[in-house]
Design a protein around this ligand. Structure first.
Ligand code: FAD
Length: 387
């Protein structure tokens, strides 16, 4: 990964400090109590990290996408849930930046996001469509005075209760199949809880279901059609940032296993440490994950501003494969790292605990079910000329 500007370096220095000093210190409590990582987000807001991706012309820091991906990795090493909330927010910001299409309303929105450090949640999943982002049941219904309303049954809205705004997929009109993306501010929205949040992992994302209802001015609808937004930005950016988090989680699991082996070697100098060989196997698996994540980022960097490249089947296959490979590989690394540490890795209260890493990483294959993505890839593989 290349971080080649002073601005990126300063941004990442701040992120590393927040990750090491705040996210790490609160990670176990966030996990145990399935609570929002408020200390980490207060610090991120103070550093104006929520607007990191907003271009300088709107007052943002204008840091590179690489740096934001690296930030997801750094946060992921310390607290998977904090990293996931940060990544999901950045996916929404990047999507708006890349598709606002000169809209004065969205330009002003970005300026406000910089000043107020607004946090944006995502409402793409829907009861009845599962993780199929390309379909919506809920629709925008036009009203009087340039307003439009919607009601969406959302099964999972991460940090919905803590977000300032929601970016929502909907059908453009009650008679339309075509989808649009709508920005609904919290004061235009009601969230009616439909469930609780007591999951296996990623507990701090605080992601229960809601019925989301809102009435918004139609200027809050992004002008570009959702399929283009999804192909050119939302899907690849999600897969890239998520996979950086999973790499961060797996890297910390490996680091803990390595610390365990080194401590064992120190206790008995000159004696063989049987777990050391296992650690070498874990490193091989971690290297495969790292290679997939970094080479996919390189591919993105070569295509990010080229709509034609972004729309190729080869690019879609590669970004889908990143999600599949990284989401399957991260739990493998965590489980093997636990095998290195043995019982002290299994216990929740030792310096070598890997339970949270393993549980958090197991959400990866569900964040849009891998089988859905495999099915899409299977169809593309039949017709794609290049892979
Ligand atoms: C920690 C976490 C946070 C999340 N946060 C958000 C959020 O903030 N906003 C948001 O919109 N979403 C979010 N999601 C995503 C969302 O919850 C789920 O991806 C979505 O609701 C799909 O639900 P499902 O898991 O029941 O999957 P489904 O896709 O409905 O799948 C259910 C089962 O059917 C199988 N299946 C489904 N379709 C196919 C197919 N075509 N071929 C083969 N098998 C198939 C799957 O493999 C799976 O076993 C989050 C998910 C997680 C894990």
């Amino acid at each position: 990964m290349t971080v080649d500007t002073d601005r990126d370096a300063a941004f990442l220095a701040g992120i590393a400090q927040i990750a090491d000093e705040i996210a790490a210190a609160n990670a176990d409590d966030v996990d145990r109590n399935a609570r929002f990582p408020q200390e980490t987000f207060a610090a991120l807001r103070e550093q104006r990290a929520l607007s990191a991706l907003v271009p300088a012309e709107y007052g943002g820091a204008g840091v590179s996408f690489d740096a934001v991906a690296q930030a997801c990795f750094e946060l992921g090493r310390r607290c998977g849930a904090s990293a996931m909330v940060y990544a999901m927010h950045q996916i929404q910001v990047a999507t708006i930046v890349r598709h606002l299409d000169g809209s004065p309303w969205f330009e002003d929105y970005l300026r406000d996001l910089v000043v107020s450090q607004r946090l944006i949640a995502s409402v793409t999943s829907e009861v009845g469509t599962g993780g199929d982002m390309s379909r919506s049941v809920a629709a925008l219904t036009p009203g009087d005075g340039g307003m439009a309303s919607f009601e969406k049954q959302a099964p999972t809205v991460s940090y919905g209760a803590y977000a300032d705004d929601l970016l929502v997929t909907l059908r453009a009109h009650p008679d339309a199949d075509a989808q649009v993306l709508v920005l609904a501010a919290k004061d235009q929205t009601t969230l009616e809880p439909t469930g609780t949040w007591d999951p296996l992992g990623m507990r701090g994302t605080c992601s229960p279901g809601y019925v989301v209802r809102a009435t918004v001015p139609t200027e809050q609808v992004l002008g570009q059609p959702f399929p283009a937004i999804s192909t050119e930005s939302m899907v690849p950016i999600s897969h890239l940032l998520w996979s950086h988090i999973w790499l961060g989680i797996a890297t910390d699991a490996f680091d803990r296993a390595r610390a365990f082996v080194r401590a064992a070697a120190k206790r008995a100098p000159g004696q063989p440490v049987p777990a050391a060989v296992k650690l070498s196997h874990v490193m091989t698996q971690l290297s495969l994950l790292r290679a997939e994540v970094h080479s996919s980022l390189d591919m993105w960097n070569g295509a990010a501003d080229d709509r034609e490249k972004l729309s190729t089947m080869a690019f879609a296959l590669r970004m889908n494969n990143l999600k599949l490979a990284a989401s399957e590989q991260a739990p493998v690394v965590c489980q093997q790292a636990m095998g290195v540490c043995g019982i002290v890795g299994f216990k929740n209260d030792t310096p070598f605990s890997i339970g949270r890493h393993l549980r958090d990483s197991m959400s990866a294959s569900l964040m849009v079910a891998n089988e859905r993505i495999h099915q899409t890839n299977a169809q593309l593989l039949l017709i794609a000329k290049e892979v």
